[in-house]
Write a new protein. Structure first.
Length: 46
């Protein structure tokens, strides 16, 4: 999870840290979506 620039890793509380982790898990990473699309395109051509 990414901590915004206006927040310091040593200053955020445990609740904020958990919120950031959950937020990161809820949104898929773009690089994985692109990778999956390439696999599907290759498998559909065969």
């Amino acid at each position: 999870a990414s901590i915004p620039k206006n927040e310091d890793v040593f200053e955020i509380g445990i609740n904020r840290a958990v919120d950031l982790i959950v937020e990161k898990q809820m949104r898929p990473a773009a690089k994985y979506r692109k990778f999956n699309r390439k696999i599907y395109k290759k498998s559909s051509r065969k």
